[in-house]
Every structure is written in structure tokens, then in C-alpha cells.
Design a protein around this ligand. Structure first.
Ligand SMILES: NC(=O)c1ccc[n+]([C@@H]2O[C@H](COP(=O)([O-])OP(=O)(O)OC[C@H]3O[C@@H](n4cnc5c(N)ncnc54)[C@H](OP(=O)(O)O)[C@@H]3O)[C@@H](O)[C@H]2O)c1
Length: 295
């Protein structure tokens, strides 16, 4: 019998990329669920759902991701990013393996070297605090789970920085973009592939090495250099990008100044090869399959 992989948050960026990869992984049965099929904040329904449909794996892509709005919607944010994670952990039988997605925003961003899984988290925003609370609740209830922290996620699906910059680059002749926050973009298709590689490997080796892992694309950049590359690859030549400091672009939720993730652990544990961020951005923006993002 095929092993069942349940994907939550299936209409989001990562959930959509996972669904897209599903046909190439026909050894598994994929069960994509959205908020209408299963609202993870509803404890009773979540319990009964997993009692009736216990999957072998859950990839939890569901999240409250509106980082600035979260500062005003604290309760809603914690409901999805922490309470729903507790519901999943409590509702799933012992044999169900959970892969949960978290964020670089659990760090305060004051460091200067790539962040390791063992580095001390110190979130500065409601979103970051709620995601850290979700990690902690999962590790308390189901310490045999895997948590993957990622950063600067983009995809041809959903709303993201790449799409916004392409739209603004077409509309405006000048853009001011923050040049003193450092991180690494992550193409959600690469992360989706990495997650499925982890599951495939876990099946082959009959081992599921629990714990926290970091994943983004390779390399490092700033929002300013990221934007210049986006416009260059999208062949938008009518817009000039100017560097500004984060202090000139105040946001409701503070962003980490430095959140480059160290990926050594995930690469060594699972034999994952991670593409460079510029390469992956090029795959998205230069490929005919993703022409929708350019228009
Ligand atoms: N986006 C980033 O830059 C970024 C960076 C670092 C880490 N991450 C993490 O990466 C993961 C995937 O992010 P993403 O960008 O793919 O997120 P996304 O596009 O915002 O998708 C999240 C999905 O979760 C669903 N959801 C919300 N509340 C739910 C509930 N109560 N029950 C079931 N589903 C619910 C949403 O459904 P509706 O659309 O119907 O509300 C949405 O489809 C998240 O854990 C996020 O925290 C994201």
C-alpha cells in the first residue's frame, strides 16, 4: 500500500509547489487539504479528521504569514502558528511523522555569521514569537518531528516579494529598497523538493532523524540586490532601484538585520544539494512554465 502524505496549507506557496511535484512521486499518495476541508484551529474537527484519515506523513505548510498584520492580530496569529500545531501534534497517531515549516524570524538578526539550528532564538515580532511557540509545542508533544526553518520564500503561487517587485518595477520608474538587511531567498519549489527528498530517504533508510533543520537557497544577498536581480531576470529596464536603509523604511513588525541560515545540518543529514539563490530565481523567471509571473 502507498504511504500517505497529507499536505496542509495546500493553497499557499509551499503547499502549491508540493502539489505540483506530487505526480513525479507516484510511490506516495498525496492528500492535500485546505482550510475548508480541515481548519486546523478547530481542535474537535482536527482530532476526528486524523482519527478517520491517519496519514503516514504530514507536511504542515499552514500558517499565518501576514507578518505586519500579526502585530495587530496577535490572537489569530497564535491560533494558526501555535494552537493549530498543538492540535495536529495531539490529534495524530504515534506512527504519523510530522514535518513542520518554521522561519528565520525566530532569530533577532543581530548576528553576523550564518545561523545554526543550535543558535539561541530571540524573535522580535509577533509572527516570529508565534512560530517559535509552534516549534516548542510540537517538540514538547512530538519530539520525533522534523522542523524546517526557511526564509524569504517565493514561488509562482501566492503573493511574495518577487511578484511584488515585478509589478512595481513595471508600474514605476524608481524604487527604493532596503540594502542593510541580509538573508537568502528560498524558491518554494526547491524547498518542496527537499521535503520530499527527506521523506523518500526516510522510507529508504527506515529512519526519521528528528529535530530542527535550516533550509534556504545557497548564497546571501540583501533585499536591494535581490530586487536588482529580479528586475534584470524579468528584463524590466525602465525602473531604477535605489538602496535605502531599514530605518528609512519602517515596518510595523521588525525584520531581522541578518538571517542567513547555515544549511550544513540538512545537507549532511539528508544528502540534499541546494541550488544557489540566483540560479533558482533564474529557473523561475526565465522558464516558459512560469511566464505567468512576468505578466
Ligand atoms: N512566506 C515567507 O516568506 C516565509 C518565510 C519563512 C518561513 N515561512 C513559513 O513557510 C511556511 C509556508 O509559507 P507560505 O509562504 O507557503 O504560506 P502561505 O502562502 O501564506 O500559505 C499558508 C496557508 O495556510 C493556510 N491556513 C491558514 N490558516 C489555516 C488554518 N486554520 N487551517 C488550515 N490552513 C490554514 C492558508 O489558507 P488561506 O489562504 O485560505 O488563509 C494558506 O493557504 C509557513 O510555515 C511559513 O510560516 C514563510
Amino acid at each position: 500500500m502507498k504511504k500517505k502524505i497529507l499536505i496542509t496549507g495546500t493553497n499557499g506557496q509551499l503547499g502549491s509547489e508540493l502539489q505540483k511535484l506530487a505526480p513525479a512521486h507516484s510511490q506516495f499518495e498525496f492528500l492535500p487539504v485546505d482550510i475548508n476541508t480541515l481548519n486546523l484551529c478547530d481542535k474537535t474537527k482536527t482530532l476526528s479528521f486524523f482519527r478517520n484519515n491517519p496519514p503516514d506523513y504530514i507536511i504542515n505548510c499552514a500558517a499565518y504569514t501576514a507578518v505586519d498584520k500579526a502585530e495587530d492580530e496577535i490572537e489569530n496569529c497564535y491560533k494558526v502558528n501555535c494552537d493549530a500545531v498543538r492540535n495536529i501534534a495531539e490529534a495524530t497517531p504515534a506512527q504519523t511523522r510530522i514535518i513542520h515549516i518554521s522561519t528565520d524570524y525566530v532569530f533577532d538578526g543581530t548576528g553576523k555569521t550564518p545561523l545554526k539550528e543550535s543558535d539561541h532564538p530571540n524573535p522580535q515580532s509577533v509572527y516570529g514569537k508565534s512560530k517559535l511557540a509552534g516549534e516548542q509545542v510540537l517538540m514538547q508533544i512530538k519530539p520525533e518531528s522534523i522542523i524546517i526553518r526557511t526564509a524569504w520564500l517565493y514561488s509562482s503561487f501566492g503573493n511574495n516579494f518577487v511578484k511584488t517587485m515585478i509589478r512595481l518595477g513595471k508600474e514605476r520608474s524608481e524604487l527604493n529598497v532596503v540594502c542593510d538587511q541580509h538573508g537568502t531567498p528560498t524558491y518554494a519549489a526547491d524547498l518542496a523538493q527537499a521535503v520530499l527528498n527527506i521523506i523518500r530517504r526516510s522510507e529508504e533508510k527506515n529512519a526519521f532523524p528528528a529535530g530542527i533543520y535550516h533550509y534556504s537557497n545557497e548564497g546571501a544577498t540583501t533585499w536591494f540586490d535581490f530586487t536588482k536581480k529580479i528586475l534584470q531576470l524579468a528584463r524590466i529596464t525602465t525602473c531604477t532601484v535605489h538602496p535605502i536603509s531599514a530605518s528609512q523604511y519602517p515596518t510595523k513588525a521588525p525584520r531581522p538585520e541578518y538571517s542567513v541560515l547555515d544549511k550544513t545540518k540538512i545537507k549532511e543529514t539528508f544528502g540534499i544539494v541546494i541550488p544557489d539563490w540566483e540560479w533558482s530565481l533564474g529557473i523561475l523567471l526565465l522558464s516558459g512554465h512560469h511566464s505567468s509571473i512576468k505578466n
